[in-house]
Write a protein that binds this ligand. Structure first.
Ligand SMILES: Cc1cc2nc3c(=O)[nH]c(=O)nc-3n(C[C@H](O)[C@H](O)[C@H](O)COP(=O)(O)OP(=O)(O)OC[C@H]3O[C@@H](n4cnc5c(N)ncnc54)[C@H](O)[C@@H]3O)c2cc1C
Length: 287
């Protein structure tokens, strides 16, 4: 099935857009956490949200969830790792599944993690973001895995079943899976090296290991790695007043488009982006 729109991100920007698409009867595939936004959840008191003075982040997130539920807005709890423009639609890779949508809304929040040296250079040549998609390529081989959160530990276990040896870089406080062929590195991954393909890694403290591949298991993917050719201004996606990016059919809203990082801005931009996409879809239908 080809959806009208794919929304990536379940924060206030994504929700605001999803509500408007529902009101306009558009078919939507919506990716992100079923718990919506961790950032909203973390806000102690929000002083400037109209109509809800000094609402706590937890309370607001609960209201967001309740509204999504009440409107029947379904969330697909998958990390999108790659998007390819296909003329008048996009192919979206989320975990090991491919989805298609005519328009795209990036509401991915601010991306703060910096790629490590060599990471971008070796994408598709030994650097992967998806254990289920690419794990089978490393049967009997030696790999390094950067595990950015406890929720990816099962993916480390999965990779350890396939690979002969796993060097584990921990991106959070915790012990990670204890398995015979998993060796925890003393410090996190700092560099990926190779020639045609990845051949080795180096930790931030200078330890080196020879590897055949590297898996980066993080909560988010850098926008430029998600969608090639996206125009950026530093860490932010460049958009016009319609929230249109430089890629045809691709719009962006919320923290990912720039400061101020505020819920009201995210909600407003999600609304503008949804209306622009609805116009875009009707133009597309006329062709
Ligand atoms: C501690 C703290 C306190 C704050 N206090 C306030 C405040 O008082 N008032 C205020 O207005 N703002 C506050 N903010 C800022 C506010 O939370 C953000 O501006 C707002 O959440 C941005 O919304 P967003 O929808 O752009 O992105 P986010 O809320 O960051 O949501 C982005 C979503 O996209 C998902 N995502 C990203 N990449 C992918 C991918 N590849 N595949 C699938 N899903 C993906 C993420 O998991 C996340 O769920 C605070 C933030 C923090 C951290």
């Amino acid at each position: 099935m080809t959806y009208d729109v794919c929304i990536i991100g379940t924060g206030p920007a994504g929700l605001s857009a999803a509500i408007n698409f529902k009101l306009h009867n558009k078919s939507v595939i919506w990716f992100g956490s079923k718990d919506m936004s961790l950032k909203v959840e973390k806000s102690e008191k929000i002083a400037n949200y109209p109509g809800l003075p000094y609402v706590s982040g937890k309370e607001l997130n609960e209201k967001f969830l309740a509204q999504a539920d009440e409107m029947g807005l379904e969330i697909t709890d998958k990390l999108v790792t790659n998007i390819s423009p296909m003329g008048n639609s996009f192919m979206i890779l989320a975990d090991n599944e491919v989805f298609e949508a005519k328009a795209l809304l990036l509401a991915t929040g601010a991306f703060t993690a910096k790629p490590i040296p060599g990471e971008e250079e070796f994408i598709g040549r030994g650097v992967s973001y998806c254990a289920t998609c690419d794990g089978f390529l490393y049967k009997g081989k030696t790999i390094a895995v950067h595990c950015g959160s406890e929720k990816y530990e099962h993916e480390v276990e999965y990779l350890a079943e396939i690979a002969d040896k796993v060097y584990l870089s921990m991106g959070y406080k915790g012990n990670g899976p204890e398995l015979a062929n998993v060796e925890k590195l003393a410090s996190p991954l700092g560099k990926v090296s190779g020639e045609m393909k990845v051949t080795s890694i180096e930790t931030v403290k200078g330890e080196t290991r020879d590897v055949d591949g590297v898996f980066m298991l993080r909560n988010a993917v850098a926008p430029t790695m998600l969608l090639g050719g996206l125009e950026m201004d530093g860490p932010h996606m460049v958009v016009d007043r319609e929230m249109k990016t430089n890629v045809k059919g691709c719009y962006a809203a919320g923290d990912c488009t720039g400061r101020p990082y505020q819920i009201t801005k995210a909600v407003g931009e999600g609304n503008v982006a949804a209306h622009s996409i609805i116009d875009y879809l009707s133009e597309l239908d006329k062709k």
